[in-house]
Design a protein around this ligand. Structure first.
Ligand code: C2O
Ligand code: CU
Length: 571
């Protein structure tokens, strides 16, 4: 009898743990003075914090975030980067695409299912608010009883960011002015929200002694305390506005095991290259000389910031050494900023882990080549894709399509191929004066397989090509390959990795190179695909895909209220 009861209890316990939970968060978003790198400025905080609170959930859970916009004079939208929003496209948080922004004083509830274990992030997706400090990490653990293909003792999240002292308004206004105003390289790099600006470098001394205070505890370095002999899983993500980063832990190799929520065939690296919008898990063994602490560093690659932006520093604190004890060595210098080859090599080396491969469809139904260029339109500097520089409409696409508001945006689809690509010289400054600003979108056949080739080129500066991390909302894509030079449709497509490509949601396009992706358009909704460099997207570097909107039911009225949808929002 007692055995029967025990068995019954076991069954009940299993049922309870298998049941998906609802994780509720209540967030107050506002501006506050903060000094993340010792320099005091206005920062957007969530419940008083930047980075905001981490979201912790388990696969299958429903996450409910009730966001109150306390910014007083500013709209708001928050995007859950890497979460596909299957069945909830109105919770993607892309202002102008999937919702009207949250008005000052209003409360909006995001509700979505986290359907895959892994490391993700969230950030503001309205104007350039992300770089004002609204960002944080999301960690989704596997369901009970599902083992991961690697072992570790502790699990920690570290979010990286670059940091500007000028406000996002000043930056945005500069980008859309004649003459063009560019804010330049960031003042600091932040590790888990903490950096160190050298206050003595301030151009003009201020009367306020707290304006830059090197002893402010807000800017004491982030300390990761570790126990010798243990293995740590570090979930590293990047929310940078501009910078591509290298990340290192002095004296410790890292084993890359996860990228954007997918298991990676393990790669041992001294340095992890990470681009804005990417997430990785690395394993480190705490196996070095235990009587000291070690540096954790991050530095800018891909742009010359050596004279302007010092490396970001944090401390790996070997227990029981004092956490404030400075490592006796100078921090590792990191990779050369202008050496593209190791970055391309690391990108190409990331493959799906054996036993966890999702094989892509072997053929695609549609191939779209996106030539990334810098242009001038009516005297303004812009970024364009196939000569179209993206602008957001006043009415969000999701609502415009569902409610048949045909005047809400340009109905003429943008081109699948760069005009005159055969004659385009990607190595020189082009005289591409014929670009236009538009808000047209790509409509994809539901369930079709789409290939995207991202082609990089020279900017409007001689001998310069930038790194662009492209991020797709609503999907993961297979990374079929990377290459240098101009994409050759006949030959390069034969070399695609169809055997074990990694799936990701963000991928770099390296200078003068191309990156090929494949995805299945099977998630009804409207999805942004854009460069994750905040200023580049602001200047037009993005496109929008629509698929299967006709399959969606009635849209929640909470996402309405702007543009042509003003009458749709019932109180
Ligand atoms: Cu993390 Cu549309 O971005
Ligand atoms: Cu870019």
């Amino acid at each position: 009898m007692s055995r029967l009861i025990a068995l019954l209890l076991c069954v009940l316990a299993a049922m309870a743990s298998a049941e998906a939970r609802v994780r509720r968060y209540k967030w107050d978003v506002k501006y506050e003075f903060k000094s993340p790198d010792c320099y005091k400025k206005l920062v957007i905080t969530i419940n008083g914090r930047s980075p905001g609170p981490a979201i912790l959930a388990q696969q299958g859970d429903t996450v409910v975030v009730e966001v109150t916009n306390g910014l007083e004079t500013e709209n708001l939208a928050i995007h859950w980067h890497g979460i596909r929003q299957i069945g909830s496209p109105w919770s993607d948080g892309t202002g102008g695409v999937t919702q009207c922004p949250i008005l000052p004083g209003d409360t909006f509830t995001y509700r979505f299912i986290v359907d895959r274990a892994g490391t993700y992030l969230y950030h503001a997706h309205y104007g350039m608010q992300r770089e004002a400090g609204l960002y944080g990490s999301i960690r989704v653990s596997p369901p009970d009883g599902v083992a991961e293909p690697f072992a570790y003792d502790y699990d920690k999240s570290i979010i990286l960011n670059d940091w500007y002292h000028r406000s996002t308004y000043e930056q945005a206004a500069g980008l859309s002015s004649i003459p063009f105003g560019w804010v330049g390289e960031p003042q600091s790099l932040l590790i888990q929200g903490k950096g160190k600006f050298n206050c003595s470098k301030l151009a003009a001394p201020t009367l306020d002694p707290s304006a830059c205070n090197a002893t402010n505890p807000e800017c004491s370095p982030y300390v990761l305390t570790v126990i010798p002999g243990k293995t740590y899983r570090l979930r590293i993500s990047s929310a940078t506005a501009l910078s591509a980063l290298g990340f290192q832990i002095e004296g410790h190799n890292m084993t890359i095991v996860e990228a954007d929520g997918h298991y990676v065939e393990p790669i041992v690296a001294q340095n992890l290259f990470i681009y804005s919008g990417e997430t990785y898990s690395v394993l480190i063994k705490i196996d070095q000389q235990p009587s000291r602490n070690y540096w954790i560093t991050t530095n800018i690659v891909g742009r010359n910031a050596t004279a302007t932006t010092p490396p970001g520093l944090a401390v790996l604190n070997y227990y029981p050494n004092h956490p404030k004890r400075v490592p006796p060595t100078s921090p590792p210098t990191g990779p050369m900023w202008n050496d593209v080859a190791p970055r391309l090599a690391q990108s190409s080396a990331i493959k799906a882990r054996h036993g966890y491969v999702h094989t892509p469809p072997l053929k695609s139904d549609r191939v779209i080549v996106f030539l990334n260029t810098q242009n001038k339109i009516d005297g303004y500097f812009r970024w364009s894709v196939n000569n179209v520089s993206f602008t957001l409409p006043r009415t969000p696409y999701l609502i415009a399509l569902q409610e048949n508001l045909h005047h809400a945006f340009d109905q003429q689809p943008p081109p699948d191929n760069p005009p005159n690509f055969t004659n385009y010289d990607i190595y020189h400054v082009a005289n591409n004066t014929n670009a236009t600003s538009r808000n047209a979108i790509y409509r994809l056949k539901f369930n079709s397989t789409v290939d995207i080739i991202l082609q990089n080129a020279n900017t409007m500066t001689a001998n310069n090509s930038e790194t662009h991390p492209w991020h797709l909302h609503g999907h993961d894509f297979w990374v079929l390959g990377y290459g240098t030079g101009k994409f050759d449709a006949d030959n390069d497509s034969k070399k695609y990795n169809l055997a074990n490509p990694i799936m990701k949601n963000t991928v770099p396009v390296h200078p003068y190179g191309w990156t090929a992706l494949r995805f299945v358009a099977d998630n009804p909704g409207v999805w942004l695909f854009h460069c994750h460099v905040e200023s580049h997207f602001y200047m037009g570097m993005g496109v929008v895909f629509e698929e299967g909107v006709e399959k969606l039911g009635k849209l929640p009225s909470e996402i309405m209220g702007c543009g042509e949808t003003r009458g749709f929002k019932r109180p």
